[in-house]
Design a binder for this molecule. Sequence first.
Ligand code: 5RP
Length: 283
Amino acid sequence: MNINSKFFCKKNLNLKNTYNKDFGISKESKRIKIRRKGMSGKIVRMNRIFKADGKTVIVALDHGQFQGPIVGIADIQTTLKNVKCGQADAVILNPGAIQDNAQILGGNLAVLCRITGASTNYSPSFDYHRLISSVRNAISLGADGVVVMGFIGGSGENQSLELLGRIAEDCSVAGVPLIAEMLPQSPDHFTDPKFISLGVRVAYELGADIVKVYYTDEDSFSQVINSAKIPVVIAGGPKGKDALETAKEAIELGAKGVAYGRNVFQAEDQADYVRKLVELVHS
Ligand code: 5RP
């Protein structure tokens, strides 16, 4: 490589460490150095999930564990190929789907493994997520991060937040980023800023590296973002025509990306929808 091509690389690929730069762990104290082994794993994996601009387009394809073979993911292999073709940055999958589609994954497409669940649409206790896998298994499957549900309010809160904290511990030891999906237990509070802000803060306090929440609204979302110093990505919800608009607004207000599921895989052209998200998030 000559000097010019080196310069080209630095200038165009922004080889500075995104995770260090944007999320505030570059100034290591002596205490942090003690945990350096685990931290380097987190940094490397965070840099797979987030692009050089510190943002990410995640496509959630984990619905089968809760909703079965719904439209758009019944043939998950084709969907995965389309998502990859649209150049998403990461996908959320359950362990079995990772195992079965390993040949499509990796490369520029980071893999986030959901490790909680055990509660389907037919369950009487939708807010009781249990551990269905482990950080260790996620690593052996090739995952770059794990996704864990954290319920706010409701009778499952204690158990789900305890689980989140315990998994955060495993993730620190293993150097694996933890994505906490913080969901108010009652649908009445799904986009309530008080619940969402609290969820973001709880995720941070328990050791999550990324938090995934529903978008609230233009007036309150900055407050959500400022609730903690970890990147916030927004979840999509049911297919709706304003999901791209919502993504744009959320990014402008400080979200670091999207983690959209049905809006992508139930779109007429899955790859094209991903491309639109990529353009909007990374512009
Ligand atoms: C599905 C999930 C998804 O990861 C999340 O809700 C995003 O998907 P969607 O945009 O379809 O809501 O938890 O069970």
